[in-house]
Ligand binder design. Structure first.
Ligand SMILES: [Zn+2]
Length: 208
């Protein structure tokens, strides 16, 4: 979105932001990512940032959001934590992005072959991992019979986890609900395929 001015970023619709991200992912999976002069872009935004979306995703080294959506410096807020789960600080970061910077889109993005999700299924609870696993475990237990019967249970749980995280965000954040009700933002869930690089939308969350 380096072609967008600050003014254009202020008035862009949530739907157009979603379309720009998906077009960026299409460029990425077709190896047509745009050349970016990072230093030039940085100089344009050094005094003011106006990213248009926040993406909550996993720390996985193969899932850098700017690259997979073919975006540049200043385009996205990126909140990354193993298993793309929520805590108070992550919610605060999302609320900051929505309320203070007025991003138009919040995306919860899971991915295939997720180590955090796998740790949950395999009950790996060493050290602080237990806190993370304990967050994903209720989702696993809720859909356990279905997940266990899947060909790729880790990917199915990752998908359910994305949905649960988005609903949890909706339920816990008055700010997010308020902006959704006013249709100032979209809340989107999606999965990223590590083998192809493709991002697939799961669903848009606007009610529970
Ligand atoms: Zn992961």
């Amino acid at each position: 979105m380096k072609t967008l001015t600050i003014e254009e970023r202020k008035s862009i619709s949530p739907q157009l932001v979603l379309e720009l991200l998906m077009k960026g992912n299409q460029r990425f999976i077709n190896n047509l990512s745009l050349n970016k002069d990072h230093l030039k872009i940085l100089s344009e935004f050094s005094n003011e940032q106006k990213p248009v979306a926040l993406i909550l995703s996993c720390i996985d080294s193969r899932a850098p959001v700017e690259i997979i959506f073919d975006q540049g410096i200043g385009d996205l807020f990126s909140a990354r934590v193993a298993g793309n789960v929520l805590n108070e600080d992550i919610i605060a970061s999302i609320e900051f992005a929505v309320k203070m910077v007025e991003v138009k889109l919040v995306m919860v993005l899971g991915h295939t072959n997720c180590g955090a999700v796998s740790a949950c299924i395999n009950q790996i609870k060493d050290g602080h991992l237990k806190y993370l696993v304990n967050k994903i475990e209720p989702v696993y237990l809720k859909y356990k019979s279905e997940i266990d019967s899947e060909n790729k249970p880790v990917d199915k749980l990752a998908e359910y986890n994305v949905l649960e995280v988005a609903y949890e965000l909706f339920n816990r954040s008055d700010v997010i609900r308020n902006f959704l009700e006013q249709k100032k933002i979209k809340l989107i869930t999606a999965m990223y395929q590590l083998d192809t690089g493709k991002v697939s939308l799961i669903k848009e969350i606007d009610t529970v």
